[in-house]
Design a protein around this ligand. Structure first.
Ligand SMILES: [Fe+2]
Length: 446
């Protein structure tokens, strides 16, 4: 065992320089959303003297966000903990963060990594993990702060600018976000996280045509990416298509890519669920796809690792009339009693009231859906995900109001949306419908 330098001039404990070079390759794979990111597992199994390889392997499995993943993560975490006494202070802190992560204490895990970044401002891999954890806990400022802490040292790295772009976008700093996208692509055209950030920026600017054009122009580079990154970038393309009332094209992408890459990945599952919901609500016949989705979702419905995942899983099960939906709802309601303090707020303030509301929504019990979702909505950000992903709950709410014929509220919500996004077909159609029901057809000039 010795101490060697990695490509960012940081000390790494390992059995050889070869291991550290392989660790660098893993870092690049992680930053670039490569489908080779699982190389960390082989390295951790090979070099039992490298604490960082063990900690990264633990984080790799924990980031799968399944109970099975956490279980697997703990095997590697145990090895990391055993090696901790030989590790550098930076490595010890990363191991500490991994321990928090495996206890589903994602806020605490991110906080420890932020300290690592303060002391090691070239540790871009820790910055990536920190951004991911901040994303999972809905901390927009953290999503930006994590890459900013390594910005000076890693200025020539395209992945740094992709991370910055997403951070700026989630903080609604759209001009800064676009500048970061441009910087990333000037270094490396195939930077998928920068492409992803540009989709968010276009969505926030209501630039549907521009968003589609940008994404399709760079989509030839989305080869050899993780299933999440591939399907999520195409998911964004589909959101633009839905808003342009091109549902049939979006459904074709659903079948060809969004739900065709890795049906076992929870992130792929939620991309599929939230796209299918959006397609159905604009009148696309989705056939038996809910039943098909539910067959996969059912495998994770007992995990309760993330409210953000669970509320979408629950809708899919309920919409498919799966007998497990009610049981899952009960588990979601009870979860706040046993979860870590770190994650309690999300389960208590969001899952507890929203779970019965989601079942009610799927069953057409509109008033109950409105009542339950209304309690959860003010606290939604704490469950994590992006603005675009949490938008699904706003759509649930609008659809419940329409189901309950609460046309005054529908008019108020949709007229504001129409003013901001006049080109979105479903907003226009549903607003016209609301005016008709309110006896105000004569005011409709669109
Ligand atoms: Fe996204």
């Amino acid at each position: 065992m010795g101490t060697f330098k990695n490509q960012n001039d940081l000390d790494v404990t390992a059995s050889s320089q070869t291991s550290v070079d392989e660790l660098d390759k893993f870092g690049t794979a992680l930053l670039g959303f490569s489908n080779k990111v699982d190389c960390i597992v082989a390295l951790a199994d090979k070099d039992l003297e490298c604490p960082l390889a063990q900690a990264y392997a633990a984080q790799f499995f924990a980031s799968a966000e399944t109970k099975q993943g956490v279980k697997k993560a703990k095997q590697y975490l145990e090895r990391a903990n055993n090696l901790s006494k030989y590790a550098t202070p930076r490595e010890q802190a990363i191991i500490k963060s991994s321990n928090h992560w495996c206890q589903t204490e994602r806020r605490a895990a991110a906080q420890v990594l932020e300290q690592v970044l303060d002391e090691n401002p070239s540790d871009i891999v820790s910055s990536k993990w920190a951004q991911s954890l901040h994303f999972d806990t809905g901390n927009a400022a953290g999503i930006l702060r994590a890459p900013l802490k390594v910005a000076e040292a890693c200025d020539d790295n395209a992945y740094l600018h992709g991370m910055l772009a997403f951070g700026y976008e989630e903080c609604h700093l759209l001009n800064e976000a676009e500048a970061s996208v441009n910087r990333a692509l000037s270094i490396q055209r195939d930077e998928p996280w920068a492409h992803h950030a540009m989709a968010h920026i276009s969505e926030a600017r209501h630039n549907l045509d521009g968003g589609i054009k940008f994404m399709l122009d760079v989509s030839d580079t989305w080869q050899n990416l993780s299933s999440f990154m591939t399907t999520h970038n195409w998911w964004h393309v589909c959101l633009f298509l839905v808003d342009l009332n091109r549902g049939d094209e979006a459904l074709a992408y659903f079948d060809k890519i969004v739900w065709a890459v890795n049906q076992d990945c929870v992130q792929d599952q939620i991309n599929a669920i939230s796209l299918l919901y959006r397609l159905e609500r604009i009148g696309v016949d989705v056939g038996n796809r809910w039943q098909n989705l539910a067959e996969k979702v059912i495998l994770n419905c007992q995990d309760q690792v993330s409210v953000f995942l669970d509320f979408q899983f629950l809708y899919a099960l309920a919409r498919a009339n799966h007998k497990e939906a009610d049981n899952m709802m009960q588990r979601m309601i009870a979860r706040h009693e046993t979860v870590s303090q770190d994650e309690k707020m999300a389960w208590e303030l969001v899952a507890l009231p929203a779970a019965p509301g989601i079942i009610a929504l799927a069953n057409g019990d509109w008033q109950k859906a409105i009542d339950q979702l209304s309690i959860a909505r003010p606290f939604l950000q704490c469950i994590g995900g992006s603005h675009a992903q949490r938008e699904l709950v706003a759509l649930f709410y609008i659809d419940a109001l329409r189901g309950a014929s609460q046309w005054e509220k529908v008019q108020q919500i949709l007229s504001l949306r129409y003013r901001a996004r006049p080109q979105v077909s479903w907003i226009k159609n549903q607003l016209r419908d609301a005016y008709d029901h309110l006896g105000l057809s004569q005011v409709v000039d669109f």
